[in-house]
Every structure is written in C-alpha cells, then in structure tokens.
Design a protein around this ligand. Structure first.
Ligand SMILES: Nc1ncnc2c1ncn2[C@@H]1O[C@H](COP(=O)(O)OP(=O)(O)OP(=O)(O)O)[C@@H](O)[C@H]1O
Ligand SMILES: [Mg+2]
Length: 338
C-alpha cells in the first residue's frame, strides 16, 4: 500500500492508545469529546486523531456513538464538551472554514430527490462558489467517475439504492475536500459497487485526502483503514493500527478435518497434550486450534501423528479484524477457547 510511504512515520509516537501524545500533523483531532442527549451519554470522553492522508476506521455496535461523533466533526451538531479541530480549525468557532474543506457522506443520503444527478451536483458546486461552467464541468466529471453519466439527467428519486449512494459520495466530493467523512458508505451496496467505491476512496487517499470511515463491515475497515478506533457505549475501547490490533487481539488458527474413521476425542486429547486449545466440530469431523507461530502448524500435525491420525484437510486462518472486534466487544469470549 503505497499510501504508507510518503508520510512521516506514525509509529513511535506513543503506544497508539487513546492517551498518547497528539501529533503535530493531525487533520482530525478530538480530545475529551462528550455528547449527551438528555440522559443518554452518546459520547463519554472520546479522543481520536487522524493524520493527513490517512484513513481512520471507526467501528462499533449500533448506538456506539459513531454517527454522533461524525456529526460533531462535520460541524453538524455541537459537542457537549471537549475540543475538536478539523484541518487545523476549531469546530466551535471556525465552522465555516471547516465546511469549506470537508465532504460528508452520511448514513442517510442527502441529495435532493426531485433534481437530476447532474442538477444536484451543479447546485452544490454553485453553493460552494463555483461559476456556472466550472460547476457543470465538475458535475460531469464526477458523474463519469461514479458511472452515473447515463442517468445524469433523470431525477435522482428514480435511482437505485446503489446509484443514490454513489451520487451521495459524488456530492461530497464536489468541493475537492481535504477531509472526507464516510458514515457507512457501502451499506446496502452490491459487492461490485462496494469494490468500485473502495477503489475510488483509495484513489482519493493516494491523492492526499484524509478519511474518517465508519462501517459495520470489518473487511471494509481492513482494506481501507490504516488505523482503527473501536467505540463502545460512547467510549474508545481500542485504538491502534489495523496490523497491530490484529497481532495483539487476533489469532492465527489451524483447522484440520479428520478422516471419517478417526477418533475425534482422541485427536483432541492429543492436541491438548501437545499444548494446543482445540475446539471440536463433530458435524464436520474437524478440530480448530489457535497457533502462535508457523512451528505451531507443524506441532498440530505431529500431535495428530501421536494418535496415528492424519488430517485430510488443513487450513490456516490468519488473524482477522473479526477476531479483534469480537475480543473487544465480548470481553470474556468463548471464542478464546477456539
Ligand atoms: N438526536 C438524538 N437524540 C437523542 N438520542 C440520540 C440522538 N442521536 C443519537 N442518539 C443516541 O446516541 C447514541 C449513539 O447514537 P449514534 O447514532 O451515534 O450511534 P451509531 O454508532 O452511529 O449507531 P449505528 O451503527 O446504528 O449507526 C444512541 O444511544 C442513540 O440513540
Ligand atoms: Mg450511525
């Protein structure tokens, strides 16, 4: 991923936890952000930071506070407490400066249903201060980028869900934002459209755009984000690089399918004796165990050998963000026994 190359190193600036010292080149920085709706503490002291040209993946269960945080960062609603800067400007006093430099694609599409895709984009361009011709040129360019040229002059209410999402993202890009907030940008998109959208985001990031992405899709965060912050009940429960989170909280595991005649219980006992923590899947006649190193994979094979069993199938699963997310959101996981 070449977007890692040109930036100053971000490792070494602390241990990556929420309390680390804040760097000098943050495009998004929130410190001690709180937001209450009556008795509901939607955000309860949140710190985040995103450096220029980076992608922060904001994960969390429904109601964790993701959209609330995005709304504060995008100057849609004020924080109850804390300080927030975006592109170096203070959300409390410099909202207009921030709005001129950001794009927001919300969980709920914001385009005007009665206008065509083209008209929507032109309108936004004009509102941002572009001349008629310039606004039309930018609209045409974006419609092409998002493969909406064929539908450019139809009212956007006739668009499919995926087309609307693409138009919504195009709308957020009219002003060539430095910072892009994507709140669940691919929810409800078909696989091909999701991948196309990911590629567009990657191109923007390669061009220096800073992105804050909320998503329920761990594969999306894994692909796009350099850094992951997990929110739970309005608090940050983890914040680190994707790779380090996986290394710390994920685990590599080996799954072996045994021949029908093999004794699953005896094989599981042999793995336990070999220092593994196998979990049986009787239906599939398989055993799964976490392994720490490559040597561990050979160890599994040797342990099975001690009871005269050979696997008919062996698969190694690398640590995934799914492991990480489950470990964080289910603190005493049965998954750990896997
Ligand atoms: N305008 C509001 N008035 C009252 N409560 C609100 C308001 N907006 C959000 N909340 C509450 O704040 C909490 C956080 O909501 P938020 O929408 O930020 O969650 P989220 O992480 O974006 O969830 P989702 O994954 O469902 O989009 C929830 O308990 C929600 O009910
Ligand atoms: Mg939300």
């Amino acid at each position: 991923m070449d977007r890692h190359a040109p930036q100053e190193p971000r490792r070494g600036d602390g241990d990556g936890r929420a309390g680390r010292p804040l760097s000098q080149d943050a495009m998004i920085r929130a410190v001690g952000v709180r937001k209450s709706f009556g008795d509901v503490h939607a955000l309860d002291g949140v710190d985040i930071e995103v450096e220029r040209g980076r992608v922060l993946g904001l994960l969390g269960h429904n109601g964790a506070g993701k959209t609330t945080l995005v709304n504060i960062l995008a100057t849609v609603s004020p924080a109850s407490a804390g300080t927030v800067t975006v592109a170096g400007f203070d959300v409390a006093t410099q909202g207009a400066e921030i709005r001129a430099r950001i794009g927001v694609t919300g969980q709920f599409a914001s385009v005007d249903e009665y206008l065509s895709g083209f008209r929507n984009l032109v309108l936004i361009g004009r509102l941002l201060g572009a001349g008629r011709r310039e606004a039309a040129a930018r609209a045409t360019e974006l419609l092409e980028l998002f493969e909406l040229t064929g539908a450019a002059h139809q009212p956007s209410r006739t668009y499919s869900g995926g087309m609307r999402r693409r138009l919504d993202l195009a709308a957020s890009l009219v002003g060539r934002p430095d910072v892009l907030f994507l709140d669940e940008p691919t929810t409800g998109l078909d696989p091909a459209t999701r991948i196309a959208l990911w590629e567009t985001v990657e191109k923007l990031v390669a061009g220096g755009t800073t992105v804050l992405l909320t998503t329920q899709y761990l594969d999306e965060a894994d692909r796009l984000a350099d850094w992951i912050t997990v929110l739970s009940k309005g608090r940050v429960v983890a914040s680190d690089t994707t790779d380090r989170l996986k290394a710390d909280l994920g685990h590599r595991s080996v799954r072996v399918v045994l021949p029908p005649a093999a004794d699953l219980t005896a094989a599981a006992a042999a793995l336990t004796a070999g220092g593994f923590r196998p979990r049986s899947d009787a239906g599939e006649h398989a055993l799964t165990t976490p392994v720490d190193t490559s040597a561990g994979i050979a160890g599994v094979i040797r342990a099975l050998d001690t009871v005269g069993t050979q696997a008919v199938e062996l698969t190694v699963k690398e640590p995934s963000l799914d492991d990480v997310y489950l470990a964080l959101t289910h603190p005493s996981p049965a998954a750990d026994a896997a």
